[in-house]
Design a protein around this ligand. Structure first.
Ligand SMILES: Cc1ncc(C[n+]2csc(CCOP(=O)(O)OP(=O)(O)O)c2C)c(N)n1
Length: 623
């Protein structure tokens, strides 16, 4: 066990610099969480990494990577109604997958307690949208904490556990990207003794656990009643606090990360403005907010993303006939992206220009060269795209899915032209193929996504005999989120073979090829596309990032690379313009060189050079 893991479970109080996600893992050990589940997704995957640094025999916390977020949530639910404190965590869009079950949770009696951690992503740093999951708290009657800092993430998780256990109800903790990844010195408390009691306490009389017909209204009534009680808790909750730098008639109500931008701006301008910060943000404290409105002449509501607090607080002010002027963000642009300091300044300046004079430019503008997101050197997906492109008849429509292969959409491959969500590819592809005699349809899916949400679309394609070709980009891991295992990797339980599964459900055209064998793959795709009906090609090659990381751990590891023979190279630039490995650099005089820091010497590029100018730098590497 390394030092980090030892710290995570040490019993005494200590302090250290800690990332938000890791601090949440410590909070799990302090509160005695028994079952934690997840499906990986940014910005929260490091919570799992932290838990897993502690070997199983040193923790009384069962952890599971589930096949998708819905299952992860259901496993945590099952554990909770069996009496065990549970938690589940996933990224923002993960809640869409889990929603069909999550929506019921607020109605049910979770005797063990359950905290649902949402990793929202304002700014869409690593998501296909920046959905604001505060809406879901309202829709599902589930209370919500919103930490603004790593310390708060740690503290609020513990408070969320208390509330969840007290009310036997689910509680959300909504993290955002910066809160997850920022580091802060945190003082951790002691870990109290948690008796290791795994006795099954499920009893249907604790329920009902079937929210149907006659039970729906009483259950809903109970959930609504609980929210009323929690509103009282919100009034005295110390996470809902007034921060004043001087008595003033101007105020700001805010929640989550924007408080940090706000404080930075106040420091810079020297302005005196009161702040009411809502850390327990749903249900929020009406009384506290009313008092704040009444005691100020003008109040700005500063929130990130949608107009949720703005609308709710304005409606309260209307009902209570409040005279205070309420300011809300002026433009639609302010509803997008993170409220970083310079953007917050602009909003403040819209209302208090004398205190926050308009600035022409953000103070610290980041100047970075534009570059297209790229697959890693040696990535099997690159070889696959290069080979598949050669097989496609003109006009073929290609549909991508979520994962590293989504990068095939960019230069130089331009494949995977539509994308909705994990597992969408075969549904969308099916729609594109209906009565489409003119154009072929080819879809892609990664192996983790196959298990996550891909199977129903594939079964649908078989059932309805859709005429299209699916390429499974099998790299033996959940690469994009950090190499987590999935059902097909064999790292957890027995490996489930995608090929056998497809055979069992009746795929009529099914073939498999290593993506490094590019001409073979081209031929497989041609054959598949000639097939009338649903055809599948498994394009397989291990994730080379994972592979090289493992190699690097070995003693005597030597970095390998390829070499370009400048006497042979005739500067057709196939390696750069069609294959597109970032290890190739075109210099001003037109010659192509290898960036030896990037190249891993896999040699998948060698076959792409029409004049065979590329070769292994060291003949031994051919092996
Ligand atoms: C509903 C949902 N959950 C999680 C994610 C995060 N996510 C993005 S890519 C990815 C990995 C997909 O793995 P795989 O299909 O094997 O493709 P690879 O990246 O390995 O090529 C995940 C989990 C997401 N975008 N949406």
């Amino acid at each position: 066990m390394n030092q980090f893991a030892r710290n995570l479970i040490r019993k005494d109080s200590w302090s250290d610099m800690m990332m938000g996600n890791y601090a949440v893992a410590r909070a799990m050990f302090e509160t005695g969480v028994r079952v934690a589940t997840t499906y990986p997704g940014s910005p929260v995957p490091e919570i799992a990494n932290a838990i897993l640094t502690v070997p199983e025999d040193h923790r009384d916390l069962y952890f599971q990577y589930s096949t998708n977020e819905k299952v992860a949530l259901e496993v945590a639910f099952g554990a909770s109604i069996n009496g065990h404190l549970s938690t589940v965590f996933f990224k923002s869009v993960g809640l869409n997958v889990a929603a069909d079950s999550a929506i019921q949770l607020g109605l049910l009696n979770l005797i063990g307690g359950m905290v649902i951690i949402l990793g929202d992503d304002p700014g869409a740093h690593s998501s296909q949208n920046e959905q604001d999951n505060r809406h879901f708290a309202r829709q599902s009657y589930i209370p919500m904490f919103e930490p603004a800092t790593p310390t708060e993430a740690y503290q609020m998780f513990k408070e969320a556990v208390k509330i969840s256990r007290k009310y036997q109800a689910p509680v959300f903790m909504r993290l955002t990207t910066h809160v997850c990844h920022a580091k802060e010195r945190i003082r951790f408390a002691e870990i109290p003794e948690h008796p290791s009691d795994w006795t099954s306490q499920f009893n249907r009389h604790n329920g009902p656990y079937l929210p149907i017909t006659k039970d729906v209204f009483p259950l809903k009534k109970k959930a609504l009643g609980r929210l009323e009680e929690l509103e009282k808790y919100a009034e005295q909750c110390h996470f809902n606090k007034i921060l004043s730098n001087a008595p003033t008639k101007a105020g700001i109500i805010t929640s989550s990360m924007p408080i940090l931008s706000l404080q930075e701006n106040l420091l810079e301008s020297g302005a005196s403005i009161d702040i009411l910060k809502l850390g327990f943000s749903y249900p929020w404290p009406k009384g506290k907010v009313l008092d704040f409105l009444k005691s100020h002449d003008e109040v700005l509501i500063l929130e990130e993303l949608d107009r949720i607090l703005e609308q709710e607080i304005k409606s309260l002010a209307f009902d209570e006939n409040i005279q205070c002027k309420i300011y809300v963000r002026k433009t639609g642009d302010d509803l997008m992206g993170e409220l970083l300091p310079h953007r917050t300044w602009k909003i403040l300046s819209d209302f208090w220009p004398a205190l926050f004079p308009p600035k022409r430019k953000p103070e610290q503008e980041l100047i970075v060269g534009k570059r297209v997101p790229q697959m890693c050197p040696g990535c099997g997906h690159r070889s696959a795209f290069h080979a598949i492109k050669k097989a496609l008849p003109d006009g073929t429509i290609t549909v991508g899915d979520i994962g590293c292969h989504s990068l095939g959409f960019f230069k130089p491959y331009f494949m995977g032209e539509a994308l909705l969500s994990m597992g969408h590819s075969n549904g969308t592809g099916a729609g594109l193929s209906i009565r489409n005699k003119d154009r072929k349809v080819l879809t892609f899916i990664g192996d983790s996504t196959f298990f996550h949400a891909g199977i129903p679309g594939i079964i649908n394609a078989i059932m309805n005999n859709h005429n299209m070709t699916l390429v499974i980009m099998e790299n033996g891991t959940t690469a994009m989120t950090g190499h987590q295992p999935h059902a097909g990797t064999g790292e957890i339980g027995d490996k489930i073979s995608i090929q056998k599964l497809l055979e069992a459900i009746g795929v009529k055209f099914l073939s498999r090829v290593d993506t490094y064998k590019q001409s073979e793959l081209t031929q497989h795709i041609k054959d598949a596309m000639e097939f009338e009906g649903f055809a599948v090609v498994i394009a397989s090659h291990p994730c080379m990032l994972k592979f090289t990381r493992i190699q690097r751990q070995k003693p005597n590891y030597k970095q390998h690379h390829v070499h370009i023979d400048q006497n042979i190279c005739n500067k057709t630039y196939e390696c750069i313009e069609k294959f597109g490995c970032p290890s190739f650099t075109k210099h001003n005089d037109g010659h192509v060189a290898i960036n030896e820091d990037l190249c891993i010497g896999d040699g998948s590029c060698i076959q792409t050079c029409p004049v065979t100018a590329i070769n292994h730098a060291n003949k031994e590497d051919k092996k």
